[in-house]
Design a protein around this ligand. Structure first.
Ligand SMILES: C[S@@+](CC[C@H](N)C(=O)[O-])C[C@H]1O[C@@H](n2cnc3c(N)ncnc32)[C@H](O)[C@@H]1O
Length: 273
């Protein structure tokens, strides 16, 4: 009986009180209404400028943007950007242009911030997202920032057969493939299938870069209040670095490098074909 009451109170706290309070803030509204995985929410986390309805909304937004999980998301963006920047520099040394394919790109902020490298033509990026609004956002922001050599397309990255056709039509083969904020939403089978596809897609020496969560400090909050853009409850898959090390090795990747962040939440994994 007491257990039932406690469960009821817990649900009431999360699903009624917190949910309604969070909805006053831009990030809370995004997580609860628009869909927690939306690239637009991530753009807002990267901007780190509180917005919301009235003073209370901005206050709640500020609190959400300061959560360790959100700080870790900003950190992961920085880390991915550094890895790509380094790869572009190494390729430049060899007189080579870097071609980046970003799967489930959202606004691809970690690429857009490499403005100079895109401008020089040292890097060309193609960003794919299934969400029409994310694609429009990426196009709009990159145009506003005056970026060159970065393109946003709508597509389902789980149909990489289409991507291959698309790439061969353009005569454009990526030497870097990014998947940031993707595998957390997918089970082991789908994840392994995708990584194998990426392996087959990459040329020799090609680099894969992806992020993964081993933990999330606001796990309970996200599970209780967050929903996907399809309105479904959020199911997240947390994985330890060794899971990735073994899987990448089994697929055939080498030079596996896994970076664990200071919060022990995000891992940035890189590996070479
Ligand atoms: C968590 S956001 C990550 C955005 C960006 N990569 C980042 O890390 O900032 C996940 C993105 O994946 C996109 N997405 C999810 N499933 C997809 C699929 N099957 N094909 C293409 N995009 C997908 C969503 O629309 C969303 O924009």
């Amino acid at each position: 009986m007491i257990k039932k009451i406690l469960v009821y109170l817990d649900n009431f706290l999360y699903k009624v009180i917190l949910k309604n309070l969070l909805k006053t803030s831009k990030l809370g509204f995004g997580i609860i209404v628009t869909g927690a995985e939306s690239g637009a929410n991530f753009e807002h986390m990267y901007n780190n400028r509180p917005e919301g309805s009235f003073l209370i909304g901005r206050f709640v937004d500020k609190a959400l943007l300061n959560l360790p999980a959100v700080q870790a998301t900003r950190g992961r963006k920085e880390d991915i950007e550094k890895v790509v920047w380094n790869e572009v520099g190494n390729n430049r040394l060899l007189g080579r242009k870097t071609r980046v394919l970003d799967l489930a790109s959202g606004g691809a902020r970690y690429l857009r911030e490499l403005a100079e490298e895109h401008h020089n033509g040292d890097v060309e990026s193609i960003c794919i997202d299934k969400d029409k609004l994310c694609v429009q956002m990426g196009k709009k922001l990159s145009a506003r920032e005056g970026l060159k050599n970065i393109k946003f397309f709508r597509g389902d990255i789980f149909k990489l057969v289409h991507l291959r056709k698309f790439a061969s039509k353009l005569n454009w083969i990526p030497d870097v493939v990014i998947a940031s904020g993707l595998f957390i939403y997918h089970n082991n089978d789908a994840t392994e299938r995708m990584l194998r596809e990426i392996y087959n897609f990459l040329p020799a020496e090609g680099l894969v870069i992806f992020s993964s969560y081993e933990n999330l400090s606001s796990r309970k909050l996200m599970r209780k209040v967050g929903s996907t853009s399809a309105g479904e409850e959020w199911t997240l898959y947390y994985r330890k670095p060794d899971y990735w090390r073994n899987l990448l090795y089994k697929i055939g990747f080498r030079q596996i490098f896994i970076l664990r962040d200071q919060w022990r939440m995000n891992n940035i994994c890189t590996a070479r074909k």
